[in-house]
Design a protein around this ligand. Sequence first.
Ligand SMILES: *Cc1c(COP(=O)(O)O)cnc(C)c1O
Length: 399
Amino acid sequence: MSDTKRAQRPATQVIHAGQRPEATTGAVLPPIFTAATYVQASPGEHKGFEYTRSHNPTRYALERMVAGLEGSSVSEEEDPSCGGFAFASGLAATATLLDLLDQGSRLVAMDDLYGGTRRQFSQVRARSQGLDLEYVDMTDPDACRQALTAATRMVWVETPTNPLMKVVDLAAVVAIARETCPEALLVCDNTFASPMAQNPLALGFDLVMHSTTKYLNGHSDVVGGVVVASTLELAQRVRFLQNAVGAVMGPFDAYQTLRGIKTLALRIERHSENGQRVAEFLEAHDNVEQVYYPGLPSHPQYELAKRQMRFFGGMVSFRLAGNLDNARRFCENLRVFQLAESLGAVESLCNHPAIMTHASVPAETRQKLGISDTLVRLSVGVEDIDDLLEDLRQALAEA
Ligand SMILES: *Cc1c(COP(=O)(O)O)cnc(C)c1O
């Protein structure tokens, strides 16, 4: 299966990677195995399944799928879920990855980071695990080279970043890290791009994680996370921790997420088409000061984005002219876009990072990063583009 999964193209993989008809009935989809435990013929004699925290066939089906999409080198003969591991949430996946590190380890992370990730690093693990944290703008190779000292044990990258859509040169980070801190585990949070747009493992990263809550599931109805390990050695370490720490994804959520992934290729195409149109519309609008979208030639890393990403996706951030009141009025007047946290689902959403998703980031840090009161982040959905543009036009007029 690992051989055929490599040969297939992404739009085929999202339907077939790691999947097969169910053995006893031939059902084309995996059943939702709800059993917490599995019978044994004699003590220790079982079919590879003992207890659902450790092994669940429905979760395995999802894990093999995402491992296939991200191109793990681990085969099913080596590991039953091909190096993919599903968790109760994106942050649960993150927490388990941090458990790969010893007490007091140095972790260097991208400065513009999902607010909850930063909160877990700075407000939980800095205390409970004594992490030595440094946040650095990894779009700047010199800053990156300085921060990645020999003591660094983990490098955490997000690209494009949330909410400012900075694009990090993943191959460049790998090259620097291999030279300056060869022992460090390189992790990419690939939530914003999705595996349709980029595959960090192919560029030399060790681990990739997703909040499956976003594009992978894509329908705003499951919270979950996943990790894919590049090698068998890492897969075994993550498998141990997934079971030992226990923040696993339940079988219903795994089934639902697997179902969502089947349309990932179709969705990302439409998200990207709509995202591009929205970004261009906003850039041409008088009440908009700046637009952040990797598919715009005005984006500072446009050339890099074109090289690194197959799709630019549906995330568009922009700065409105005026002040907090204008931004508030814009958000309140949207009708098709809904004002809500989260992203990456079929419906278009609007978020005010300073008040909503990034409220946990200290005000001073927000200021430094450019998360101002007039910054608005859109998750452009798959609706008819004309309805989306009309909605934005009228809300900008009201703002
Ligand atoms: C949402 C998100 C997370 C956290 O995932 P949850 O499923 O909400 O726990 C991590 N990284 C990014 C980029 C996200 O957007």
